[in-house]
Ligand binder design. Structure first.
Ligand SMILES: Nc1nc2c(ncn2[C@@H]2O[C@H](COP(=O)(O)OP(=O)(O)OP(=O)(O)O)[C@@H](O)[C@H]2O)c(=O)[nH]1
Ligand SMILES: [Mg+2]
Length: 341
């Protein structure tokens, strides 16, 4: 289980790439060579700062405590045309779904969606050329060299939107975390009171032949979440990157169907595009009402099923339907990728 304070999805840090080393003015001095030519080497390049997608990470916590991230500058060039050493790059490992912006201009720097994706947060300065580089037939003894260029220095904002295949959307106490714990190896806290889950939790539904998918258990949504009530607003944005929404409507609620419309309304107010996402409707805690008392759902816009973590009802069916939708979604994504000019 993850500690609540460890989930960090927004950080601002200062990044300072290394400056380029100066090129040098130097003259070849050797025995028996009375008039050695210019042999001043180029300066080394300054180190850059990168963020790289790491599937093992789920939070920006490590980055948060590094207020300033600096890369080393390049060394000056040397005689005998020796290039100065380059400053080493600094790599920040971040979770998949992290987007970087330049704070001052709001300029989008890039995002990492796949393992190994790299985005440059600050580019190191190029090393200056030494006087050797300026030789020409008309200028045989250049007595000047270039300074190194400064490295980029800026404040960047990193924002994480979790990349999950399925996001659980439901009110507090709906059995969302319980569902995550019976479908995956994640062990989120479960308790009979609202707002047990304070930060998103991820779990992987393991399937044979690499057909696994990720479920995100988000804190419960209350009416008014889109205006900041409860914990909803801060976490609603994680739905933006989710592929499929699973509405969880507890059967011990007086009006589970009404709840579905209320949840959709909160999503619409936050971002109408969320309503376009494929979804499934799950009535949770189905063991609490006899099958005869189940609501008729013919008018509900969407497929639904009844679930119980106690009797296991519907769980296998749920996994199958989710997996089919996830694969369909991944398939359409791939096709789109192919057709992008
Ligand atoms: N009878 C019954 N109780 C359930 C079932 N699933 C969950 N519960 C109970 O419902 C309560 C709330 O479960 P949680 O999984 O913590 O609910 P949640 O939706 O994660 O709640 P928040 O994190 O507060 O939003 C707990 O007491 C669970 O034991 C179920 O299928 N049947
Ligand atoms: Mg919970």
């Amino acid at each position: 289980m993850q500690a609540e304070s460890d989930f960090i999805d927004y950080v601002k840090i200062r990044v300072e790439a290394g400056d380029g080393g100066a090129g040098v003015v130097h003259w070849r001095r050797e025995k028996h060579v009375p008039r050695g030519g210019p042999d001043g080497g180029d300066g080394g390049d300054g180190g850059s700062i990168w963020m790289v997608g790491d599937p093992q990470k789920w939070t920006l916590l490590d980055v948060k405590y590094r207020r300033v991230v600096k890369a080393a500058s390049g060394s000056p060039g040397q005689g005998r045309c020796k290039k100065g050493a380059s400053g080493e790059d600094v790599v920040l490992r971040v979770p998949l779904g992290t987007t970087a912006y330049e704070e001052e201009s709001g300029h989008f720097l890039g995002e990492v969606l796949r393992a190994g994706d790299r985005v440059c947060l600050a580019r190191g300065g190029k090393g200056g050329r030494g006087n050797h580089a300026f030789r020409s037939p008309t200028l045989q003894a250049p007595d000047f060299a270039e300074p190194g260029q400064p490295g980029e220095k800026r404040i960047v904002r990193l924002e994480l939107k979790l990349l999950a295949d399925v996001c659980l959307v439901g009110p507090p106490n709906a059995g969302k975390s319980t569902l995550l714990s019976v479908l995956t190896r994640a062990r989120p806290k479960v308790a009979p009171y609202p707002f047990t889950t304070l930060v998103p939790q991820l779990g992987v539904v393991q399937e044979e032949r690499g057909r696994s998918f990720v479920i995100a258990d988000l804190p419960g949504l209350v009416e008014g979440a889109s205006e900041g009530k409860g914990l909803g607003l801060r976490f609603l944005r994680h739905l933006e990157r989710g592929s499929i929404l699973l509405f969880t409507l507890p059967m011990d609620h007086p009006d589970p169907k009404g709840l579905f419309h209320q949840l959709r309304e909160e999503l619409r107010k936050y971002h109408p595009a969320l309503l376009e996402k494929p979804y499934l409707i799950a009535f949770t805690k189905a063991d609490l009402v006899p099958p005869t008392d189940r609501p008729s759902c013919s008018e509900l816009p969407g497929e639904h099923l009844f679930l119980s973590a106690v009797t296991q009802e519907g769980l296998a069916d749920l996994v199958k339907r989710l997996r089919d939708r996830v694969e369909l979604h991944r398939g359409t994504l791939k096709k789109q990728e192919v057709f992008v000019p």
